[in-house]
Design a protein around this ligand. Structure first.
Ligand code: RAM
Length: 918
């Protein structure tokens, strides 16, 4: 009954809303309104946000022809159809992704409520559901709050090599008048914080805020706390953890680890009353604090220790007796600019039930989560006050079932929980995370059972937007491993690994990997933020480091690691139609290109490299790096090929930004380098580059340095080399970035497939068959020296994931953001079926096919307001059917031509079932 009543109200609302909309076509709708690619973001850092929406439609070939956006300062005005901030009126345009807000000038704290309606060739939509955003504190003068902290340790802390620092608890009590209309809290808590209001933990973010080089940029988070406050006494409590601010390894030479200092915070709570008055509560030295609370130490490498006997119930509520607490101290600001965090927060994104628990010895148990992951273990326990449970984490176990920790180097990865006793207690750490599949549990009172534990999978809250599944089990397993590897290494920045004493944002690991990742996770804001980190790490002379934020000082001047800066910007534009990173970073990229050229280019050859083709499969199983020079590729060749390739991207960026002189400049450089490269490395008689490794031949081929006349012959050498290796991989981090797409583009997707689906060494399938549930750092990860032997590193994925989506599923963008698609699955001759889908900025693309040696059945979905050129394997265009009928005559399908055994068709949005014999 209640349900029916709600429906009646909704129906009435639709009718009331009808004026102006009555011609809306119910088959066409709107969904997924985003502001700066975020859902209803609070406290954004720009006054010119970009708005996007998706159209839904039952009809094929639906294209937007016009839109109208309304932005209002209150929900009521929006409902009434009054866009007091912006009424775009009807704009003839097909733009539905990244439309610039062009209304009244906004300022700090602006609240914006918006909706959109669109007209399409198939009818108009009703107004969308409302969405909103608010602007953060943009002007330095908006901040009245003061930085508070305490720049020293306490008796129980230690600032030795293994830093130990207890968490700091801050509190403040204040009085509010009746009639609270709205309250917003802005907070920075370095390294990490938890924010409590009147005893309640706010938000579901963890390990907040996003990590940066705090001397350059400090991210603040915004919360709507209206519902958490009341008239009269209120209290705020914050807990400060160390994160990367108070570093894990302060006294660690020679790596020169960046140190920022002791934890500190900044908080501003702005309350607006119904009568129009305002009140601001700020962090200052009226706050009280203690470092003598339950979190005794928290160190990202070493773990967290929590003593529940030291809890102080009610500490973040009003009325708590804090007379024993210390007075908060005013401290120096960290130095960086205060910036709104625009990338998604880290959250507990998934939970895992463990699959096994074995007793190792008296009082010691080994728990198996069944999946290598990053996060923490939540434990349920009941015992006596003072009982201590120790949890030690590892990725694998030794044959005797003990944890294998040699590859964690000196990370202690140990959490300790001291019970308060009595009732059941549930605990997990909050300021650390671990990379693990197994946990050693000791000191657990009683017998630990499987369901006393739960793995919390912790990573940036990026929606999964891709799905990829084939008829080949090993390839599916590899995809699973890649998926878990990728998510494990998202921690507000892309880190190399989540387990050992490293976890650093190495640039080289993501060069092309980030493209593959962008098919799996909506990582646009995440990577845009990382490009800011990289820009901020640039030295005045132009140098870009290999690790950014530069928590480790690695300015080693090479092309391949820093070059990721340019590749990722290109990825964001192509995959998400996000042009801002290019606009924002172009000058820094150019400066870096200049720097490398002036310093290291001699006769158009880049003479400096650092990593070579990092981690090729070595000649013997225990080695990390090959010593055999025939396996390694000349570093100068790699550096020069990369300079060439990156110049091409810079040329493209320059053209996009209307800088013709720059474009010409990069085009000329490219030409000169190409010539010098071929003169120096190409042997015309053998058609081999340098020492004929796959990488040495592949880079010039794929980048377009190889003269057209020689391509066939060079490609033959690549294939021969792979055949020599029994169709196995012989490339490292560099070569593997172009391998799968390279083989496919030059006509051997079957060979790429064989490499992808191998199960013998070296291959991704080998890892999977040896029990890997993620991707290893080394092809020989199970036998190599533990000094560099992570089991959860994704750099060796190369272009595998991009290739799965682009060439196996056949989902590629022609221009920015998939407005136009090319759907051309490669025929490997090996696959019975593929089920893939991908959420583009316009909506869901689907490519599901079953294929025999002779026939191809293909279900394709193209989202509204985009179109596709599809390549159906066929003998002849007129024989292709769609939904059982000949395509000739179906109006949304335009046959273009036959080419290389493919019927090329142009289609509009919608669902299609193609069938053809080939
Ligand atoms: C190691 C890491 C990282 C890699 C660097 C060069 O420390 O494995 O992934 O990029 O080396």
């Amino acid at each position: 009954m209640k349900r029916i009543f709600t429906y009646l109200i909704l129906a009435a609302a639709v009718i009331v809303n009808c004026p102006g909309n009555c011609y809306a076509d119910s088959r066409i709708g709107l969904q997924n309104l985003r502001c700066e690619m975020l859902n209803n973001p609070l406290g954004i850092g720009t006054i010119k946000p970009r708005l996007s929406w998706q159209i839904t439609s039952d009809a094929r070939n639906t294209n937007q022809v016009a839109y109208q956006i309304l932005v209002a300062s209150t929900p009521e005005k929006l409902t009434a159809g009054r866009g007091d901030l912006w009424d775009s009126h009807k704009v003839s345009s097909d733009a539905s992704v990244m439309v610039n807000y062009s209304g009244k000038a906004l300022d700090s704290r602006a609240a914006c409520y918006w909706k959109v309606r669109v007209w399409t060739n198939n009818g108009a939509t009703a107004w969308s559901k409302p969405a909103k955003w608010s602007v953060g504190l943009l002007n330095p003068t908006d901040w009245k709050a003061k930085w508070i902290g305490c720049d020293r340790g306490f008796a129980w802390d230690s600032v030795s090599k293994f830093s130990r620092l207890s968490a700091r608890y801050y509190r403040c009590q204040f009085d509010l008048k009746p009639g609270i209309k709205k309250a917003t809290a802005y907070i920075v808590g370095l390294g990490h914080y938890e924010l409590y209001v009147n005893g309640q933990l706010l938000g579901d973010q963890v390990l907040a805020q996003a990590p940066t080089d705090y001397t350059q940029s400090v991210k603040y988070n915004t919360f709507d706390v209206t519902d958490h406050l009341k008239k009269g006494d209120n209290a705020i409590g914050t807990v400060l953890g160390n994160g990367r601010y108070f570093t894990m390894r302060p006294k660690y030479k020679p790596k020169k680890i960046k140190e920022f200092g002791f934890p500190k915070m900044l908080l501003q709570l702005e309350v607006e009353y119904n009568d129009g008055t305002k009140q601001t509560i700020i962090s200052d030295n009226n706050w009280k604090f203690t470092a003598d609370g339950p979190i005794r130490t928290n160190n990202e490498y070493d773990g967290e220790e929590y003593d529940a006997t030291k809890e102080f119930p009610g500490w973040s509520k009003p009325g708590f007796d804090d007379s024993q607490w210390l007075k908060a101290e005013l401290v120096q600001a960290p130095g960086g600019k205060l910036d709104a965090q625009m990338n998604e927060p880290i959250r507990v994104m998934d939970t895992i039930k463990p699959i096994g628990i074995n007793q190792l010895k008296k009082d010691v148990w080994i728990l198996d989560l069944g999946q290598n992951m990053a996060g923490w273990l939540q434990m349920r326990v009941k015992g006596n006050r003072g009982d201590k449970v120790t949890l030690r984490y590892a990725e694998t176990v030794q044959p005797n079932n003990e944890l294998y920790v040699a590859n964690l180097r000196d990370a202690k990865v140990t959490d300790v929980y001291t019970l308060k006793g009595g009732a059941e207690e549930i605990w997990h750490p909050v300021f650390v995370y671990h990379g693990f599949r197994y946990v050693e549990i000791s000191g657990y009172p009683g017998k630990p059972e499987l369901n006393d534990f739960e793995g919390h999978v912790v990573y940036d809250a990026l929606p999964t937007i891709g799905h990829f599944e084939t008829s080949n089990d090993i390839v599916n397993k590899i995809y699973h491993n890649a998926y878990w590897g990728i998510l494990s290494n998202y921690k507000g920045m892309p880190v190399d690994c989540p387990q050992r004493n490293e976890r650093m944002p190495w640039l080289g690991d993501r060069a092309v990997g980030s493209l593959g990742e962008s098919f799996v996770f909506a990582n646009d804001n995440f990577y845009a933020k990382w490009l800011d980190d990289i820009a901020q790490s640039q030295k005045p002379d132009g140098a870009i480091p290999d690790v950014a934020p530069a928590y480790w000082n690695y300015y080693s001047d090479n092309m391949t690691w820093p070059g990721t800066y340019i590749l990722v910007a290109d990825m964001l534009y192509r995959q998400f139609a996000d042009k801002a990173p290019i606009e924002k970073n172009y000058a820094s990229m150019k400066k870096w290109m200049d720097y490398m050229r002036f310093k290291y280019m001699k006769n158009n050859i880049v003479t400096k490299d650092k990593y070579g083709d990092w981690c090729v499969p070595p000649e013997s199983p225990e080695l990390i790096h090959a010593k055999d020079s025939s396996l390694n590729t000349d570093g100068q060749l790699i550096a020069t090929a990369y300079y060439y390739n990156l110049s091409g991207l810079m040329e493209k960026f320059a053209r996009m930004l209307h800088k013709p002189a720059d474009a010409q400049f990069f085009a000329t450089i490219k030409q000169n380098i190409g010539k010098a490269f071929n003169d120096k490395y190409f042997d015309k008689t053998t058609s081999k580059y340098s020492n004929n490794t796959v990488t040495a031949n592949l880079l010039p081929m794929y980048f377009g340095i190889t003269p057209t006349a020689n391509k066939q012959a060079v490609f033959k050498n690549i294939v021969a080399k792979i055949n020599d290796a029994h169709d196995h991989i012989s490339t490292g981090v560099i070569g593997t970035q172009w391998l799968m797409r390279g083989l496919t583009e030059f006509g051997r997707p079957d060979l790429a497939w064989r490499i992808a689906s191998n199960t013998t060494y070296p291959s991704w399938g080998y890892m999977a068959n040896r029990g890997a549930t993620t991707i290893w750092e080394l092809w020989n990860g199970d036998t190599a020296n533990p000094a560099m032997n992570s089991r959860n590193h994704i750099m060796l994925l190369g272009d595998l994931i991009a290739w799965f989506y682009q060439d196996i599923a056949g989902i590629k963008t022609v221009n920015a953001g998939f407005k136009q698609l090319v759907m051309q699955p490669a025929i490997t001759g090996e696959l019975d079926s593929v089920n893939a889908s991908y959420q583009t900025p316009y909506g869901l693309v689907r490519s599901n096919y079953t294929s025999t040696k002779k026939s191809f059945n293909w279900h394709v979905t193209v989202p509204p307001n985009s179109s596709a050129r599809v390549y159906v394997p066929a003998k002849n265009i007129s024989e292709v059917t769609e939904g059982g009928a000949k395509i000739l005559g179906i109006k949304e399908i335009k046959p273009l031509k036959m080419e290389n055994g493919r019927a090329i068709l142009s289609i509009g949005s919608g669902d299609y079932d193609f069938e053809a014999k080939y």
